[in-house]
Write a protein that binds this ligand. Structure first.
Ligand code: PGA
Length: 256
């Protein structure tokens, strides 16, 4: 099966809503419309930018998908500072990153919380981008697969095959995030293939074939083509390089 590539820009806590509007407008000039006929592109700004970016995307008819970086699993209630998936759906958010390693490491998100969020995001008709990845110490101890596949198993628990087929998994080795170090394409491919095998074991062949797996961790224009040419890598989750429209536009055009 041919899976449609998904290139996602995770802006993290960068760019206020004025800067965000300029960045998306600039990106729209730099990415040819034909590219977006074959590649999905999602933009994940901070919460305070989402309404502004929604307005720009919709009024100017840009083919970018709106994304969020995080949400809560509950609909509403006494959760100071949290954002409901229902609110994101109302803003036409399509993709929601869940379980990013920064959320796990700095804000204590567990695999169980990730699992509840994946369910809540799908209940609102949005697509989770569920992150997984190992630390350098885990990699050096030979624990990459056990860590990553454990995160996948718990994160996807209780999901039907159809639900799993429609979501996105992002493999992001933690030691490669924001460090300028990238997994070699062979290493990234090996882990992404192991993730697909795990999905096959949990579901079936068709589901494993359909699920999209992104690689993330210091993706830039210079390494995107090589990473994207790997058979089990269907996209990229891009942090730092997505803040620069010129660089991100080149990543989006990885196959030209
Ligand atoms: P990076 O971040 O591209 O800056 O390494 C990736 C991510 O955290 O999603």
């Amino acid at each position: 099966m041919t899976r449609r590539p998904l290139i996602s820009g995770n802006w993290k806590m960068n760019l206020n809503h004025y800067e965000a509007i300029q960045t998306v407008q600039k990106l729209s000039y730099l990415v040819p419309k034909e590219t977006l006929e074959t590649v999905d592109v999602s933009i994940h700004p901070p919460f305070t930018d989402i309404r502004s970016i929604q307005t720009v995307i919709e009024s100017e008819d840009f083919d970018f998908h709106l994304g969020a970086q995080h949400c809560h699993w509950e609909e509403s209630g006494a959760f100071t500072g949290e954002v409901s998936p229902a609110f994101l759906a109302k803003l036409n958010v399509v993709y929601v990153i869940v379980g990013h390693s920064e959320r796990r490491e700095i804000f204590g998100e567990t695999d169980e919380m990730v699992n509840r969020k994946v369910a809540a995001i799908q209940a609102h008709g949005m697509v989770p981008i569920m992150c997984c990845g190992e630390t350098l110490a885990e990699r050096e101890a030979g624990e990459t697969e056990s860590k990553v596949l454990g995160q996948i198993e718990t994160g996807l628990a209780g999901r039907t095959n159809d639900q799993i087929a429609s979501l996105v998994i992002a493999y992001e080795p933690i030691w490669a995030i924001g460090t300028g170090k990238t997994a070699t394409s062979d290493d990234a491919q090996a882990v992404c293939a192991a993730i697909r095998s795990k999905v096959r074991e949990l579901t079936d062949e068709a589901t494993a074939d359909a699920v999209r797996i992104q690689y993330g961790g210091s993706v830039k224009a210079a390494n995107a083509t090589e990473l994207m040419s790997q058979s089990d890598i269907d996209g990229a989750l891009v942090g730092g390089a997505s803040l620069d429209p010129d660089e991100f536009a080149k990543i989006v055009q990885f196959d030209t």
